[in-house]
Design a protein around this ligand. Structure first.
Ligand code: COA
Length: 176
């Protein structure tokens, strides 16, 4: 998986020595509460290590799951993903899967524009590499994430139940 850099951020593959950070991140209800139909907090360092192994297993020329770090001191601040999105049960699966972008940041790193900067970097890279479309789904109550979608210039396509077995607000972006 490639390394991506912007003015303030460096996105790299997750490593085992990020386990303490990942546990700190995903053991927080305010970070996971909008993720999927049945959000759960992470409990143990072993769970974090297993999750890191799954993240690294997504080895693809365009898709990826990156840890977002700051350029100045290498401090991890969150997670950025670009990957095929799971359909809700019963949804017909004709054709290639839609590709979603997603973000979750440590609360200490909210309010600095890091989610938007990291996502903008990944979107630009993915479109340069030929990805034809990216979508994002957000819980209808997740206004902070919807604001990120709008800052990224994504189009609000309204409510959908097509993904993750849950109602979501759908956003999409095409290459310029
Ligand atoms: C969704 C989430 C990533 C949004 O984080 P965020 O920090 O609000 O989003 P951004 O990175 O776009 O930062 C924007 C904020 O930084 C501020 N900011 C400060 N410096 C900035 C800069 N240089 N550039 C841009 N924005 C900057 C903006 O004013 C804005 O703050 P405001 O909302 O108080 O006006 C965060 O709330 C989160 O991790 N939530 C939990 C996980 C989650 O729900 N993920 C989404 C699942 S769909």
């Amino acid at each position: 998986m490639r390394i991506l850099t912007s003015d303030r951020l460096l996105l790299r593959p997750w490593r085992d020595d990020d386990a303490d950070f990942l546990l700190d991140l995903e053991s927080r209800w305010e970070v996971v509460r909008f993720l999927g139909a049945h959000p759960t907090t992470m409990r143990t360092r072993e769970d974090a290590l297993a999750s890191i192994a799954r993240r690294r297993a997504l080895d693809h020329p365009i898709h990826g799951i990156w840890v977002i770090t700051t350029v100045t001191d290498g401090r991890p601040v969150g997670n950025l993903l670009l990957k095929p999105i799971p359909l809700s049960a019963g949804e017909p699966s004709g054709g290639p899967a839609d590709v979603e972008i997603g973000w979750h940041l440590h609360p200490d790193a909210w309010g600095h524009g890091y989610a938007t900067e990291a996502a903008d970097l990944v979107l630009g890279d993915a479109f340069r590499l030929g990805l034809p479309k990216v979508i994002a789904v957000t819980d209808p109550g997740n206004l902070a994430s919807q604001a990120v979608c709008r800052r990224l210039g994504m189009t609000d396509l309204g409510r959908t139940t097509k993904y993750y077995d849950s109602p979501n607000r759908l956003f999409a972006k095409l290459p310029r």
